[in-house]
Unconditional design. Structure first.
Length: 186
C-alpha cells in the first residue's frame, strides 16, 4: 500500500515513527481546512497562511503527544485555531471576517444582472453582519456552517464541549439574525 492511500491512523502512526512522507500526506489532506480555519480566526489571508504553516510545524513536533486512536483532524485544527488566536492577540487587532464562498452549480449559470446585484448585496450584508459579531460567535458560525465541521470537531477546535458548541451556535445565529434585521425574514 502506498503512503498516499494509507488510512489516516496508519499515517499518524508512521509519522510518529519519523516517516516524513506520511506526515506530508497528512498535511496534503488537511492543509486546506487548516488554512480556512486560521482564516476564520485571523480574518486576514496572510496571517492565516502563516498561522496554518506554523501550526502544521507545531503539530509535527507534537506528534509524540497525540493520543493513539484519536481523530487527527480535530487535534490538528485545535492547534491551528490556537496559533491563529495567538497571532490575532499578539497583533492586537480584530480583523473583519473574510469568507471564502465556494463555487456552486448555481454560480455557473448566467443570472440576470438584477439577480447578481441582489445576491451581491445579500452577501455583503451577511459579511458585514458577521463582522459585527464578537470573535466567539464568528468562529463558531464559520466553523460549523461555513467549514461544515461537525459539533465534535468544532468542540475540539474551540476547546469546549459539543453541547457548548450547540448553545454558542444557537446564540450566534440569534445575534446574526438580529444584526441582519428584517431582511433575515425574507
Amino acid at each position: 500500500m502506498s503512503v498516499a492511500s494509507a488510512p489516516e491512523a496508519q499515517l499518524v502512526s508512521r509519522a510518529r515513527a519519523g516517516d516524513r512522507d506520511a506526515f506530508a500526506v497528512l498535511v496534503a489532506r488537511h492543509q486546506d481546512v487548516a488554512f480556512r480555519t486560521a482564516w476564520v480566526v485571523c480574518g486576514d489571508a496572510a496571517d492565516a497562511q502563516d498561522a496554518a504553516q506554523e501550526a502544521l510545524l507545531k503539530a509535527y513536533l507534537a506528534l509524540g503527544r497525540f493520543r493513539d486512536g484519536a481523530p487527527f483532524r480535530p487535534w490538528l485544527l485545535a492547534i491551528v485555531a490556537n496559533e491563529a488566536r495567538n497571532r490575532r492577540r499578539s497583533a492586537g487587532r480584530r480583523a473583519h471576517l473574510a469568507l471564502r464562498v465556494g463555487t456552486t452549480q448555481a454560480e455557473h449559470a448566467a443570472p440576470g444582472a438584477d439577480v447578481a446585484v441582489l445576491a451581491g448585496v445579500r452577501r455583503e450584508a451577511l459579511l458585514a453582519a458577521l463582522g459585527r459579531l464578537g470573535p466567539d460567535h464568528r468562529e463558531v458560525l464559520a466553523l460549523r456552517y461555513l467549514l461544515d465541521l461537525s459539533e465534535g470537531e468544532c468542540a475540539a477546535v474551540l476547546r469546549c464541549r459539543p453541547g457548548t458548541v450547540k448553545s454558542r451556535a444557537s446564540r450566534a445565529l440569534r445575534r446574526l439574525r438580529a444584526e441582519l434585521g428584517d431582511d433575515a425574514d425574507a
